[in-house]
Write a protein that binds this ligand. Structure first.
Ligand code: SF4
Ligand code: SF4
Ligand code: FES
Length: 431
């Protein structure tokens, strides 16, 4: 735990003998604890008061930064996190500028440690940079439900290790590199690939599954070819879709964009041969043919497009368009879909009025097919939503389900029919 978020916490005071709230005038009396507490681990309480900025808190943060730097390498110029590193920012804000510790006494640990084998590891660890904040282990345990990394040893020797085989066996491992507040965890895909300030940021949507996670595509012009190439994919926060997470497929599955087999120039058929053309020429040709065809033309769109693209596509064809459902997971959206207005964040949450939500997952291994939906359904179930899993085989969602219904392959329809009466009365049903 890094302890950088130390704050002063006050709670409603209660009489030790009676348990009654002690009043000060017409308000409850607030008693501040003598010691500071870590804001990121203390559960919120009714009536709690938190002081985030006063001389006691500021002094503690300054000391914590100095302490963290006692064993932190001074390699910001070559560290992948440099330029977007919370520890750099905190050092600029709170750091003393000089250290009372002797550089020669710094602890030196292993660098470039693949969390897995050299060939298949997606994530690399630079142990020396780790400040033992536990964000990565808490994410894996609490958010992803994958108990595959943890702390080993004690005190200054403490280090992150993976104990799964294969190493760091999680479909969400890349998220730990986003939340690691230093350059300890980096992706094999991006490390030493570019400096963050050289990247151009474009908002996009993931094309790999029906979830449609919101993304940032980071591109950079390459010196050799002068062309832009995708350097990394980062999550873009959208609480209604993917919160701030993406799966490893969405993060690392972008190299097809640089495939030499991709068409990069429009081709027009002339005299039976496909010949290269300019975009203006190609678009003019398509526009003239569409105009000439009038209402007799019909558009088929692939399931990998975003809703926004579908909207524009339909407009282009004056409504004469359909989703060709066998491409890119579109069939899942078209045949099953998400209920209008459904909000994963609210499901199972009694404070949103959707505490009694029932979610039924039929014939789907969400972790494989729509990983972020898996994450969100799991979270909803942990909050109290009633989860029913209907499948012919075991899936990872089973352990979060209140009920598991197993059918024989081919008997899906009967299984769903049998369920219909049981869930008929449920509100906010998402299937
Ligand atoms: S690897 Fe990063 S996220 Fe994990 S404990 Fe170390 S500093 Fe924190
Ligand atoms: S869950 Fe993964 S594959 Fe699906 S849209 Fe999100 S990032 Fe892409
Ligand atoms: S202990 Fe709270 S952010 Fe590190």
């Amino acid at each position: 735990m890094c302890r950088m978020c130390l704050v002063e916490v006050g709670r409603v005071q209660r009489d030790r003998a009676t348990g009654q709230v002690v009043m000060e005038g017409d308000k409850p009396k607030i008693a501040f604890a003598p010691k500071l507490e870590t804001a990121c681990t203390v559960p919120v309480e009714e009536g709690m008061h938190v002081r985030t900025l006063n001389s006691k808190v500021e002094a503690a943060r300054k000391d914590v930064v100095e302490f963290l730097l006692t064993s932190h390498p001074l390699d910001c110029p070559i560290c992948d996190k440099g330029g977007e590193c919370p520890l750099q920012n905190l050092t600029m804000r709170h750091g003393p500028g000089t250290s009372r510790f002797i550089y020669g006494e710094k602890l030196h640990s292993e660098k470039h440690v693949p969390l897995g084998t050299e060939d298949n590891a997606l994530i690399y660890l630079d142990r020396e940079r780790c400040i033992q904040c536990a964000r990565c282990t808490r994410f894996s345990d609490e958010v992803a439900g994958d108990h595959v990394i943890g702390f080993y040893e004690r005190g200054r020797k403490i280090e992150i290790v993976t104990f799964s085989d294969p190493g760091f066996d999680s479909k969400f491992s890349g998220n730990t590199t986003d939340i690691c507040p230093v350059g300890a965890l980096t992706t094999k895909d991006f490390r030493f690939g570019a400096r963050p300030w050289e990247l151009i940021n474009s908002a996009s949507i993931c094309p790999h599954c029906p979830v449609g996670c919101n993304l940032h595509v980071n591109t950079r012009r390459t010196g050799a070819s002068g062309k832009f190439e995708v350097k990394r994919i980062m999550p873009r926060q959208n609480e209604l879709v993917n919160e701030i997470w993406i799966c490893d497929k969405g993060r690392f599955g972008h190299h097809f964009t640089a495939s030499p087999d991709r068409l990069t120039t429009p081709l027009i058929k002339k005299n039976g041969q496909l010949v290269e053309a300019s975009w203006d020429e190609a678009l003019d040709l398509v526009a003239s043919k569409l105009k000439a065809a009038g209402s007799s033309v019909y558009g088929l769109a692939g399931g990998r497009l975003s809703n926004e693209d579908f909207y524009e596509f339909r407009k282009l064809f004056n409504g004469n368009a359909a989703l060709y459902s066998r491409m890119g997971g579109g069939d899942l959206v078209q045949k099953i879909g998400i209920g209008v207005g459904s909000n994963f964040s609210a499901m199972g949450n009694p404070h949103t009025g959707a505490g009694g939500t029932t979610i039924v997952v039929v014939a789907s291994d969400l972790e494989e097919e729509a990983p972020i939906w898996w994450l969100r359904v799991k979270q909803a179930s942990e909050r109290g939503a009633n989860l029913i899993v209907v499948n012919a085989r075991p899936t990872k969602l089973d352990k979060y389900a209140a009920k598991k219904i197993t059918y024989e392959y081919g008997d899906e329809v009967n299984a769903v029919d049998g369920l219909t009466d049981a869930v008929k009365g449920s509100e906010n049903l998402v299937v």
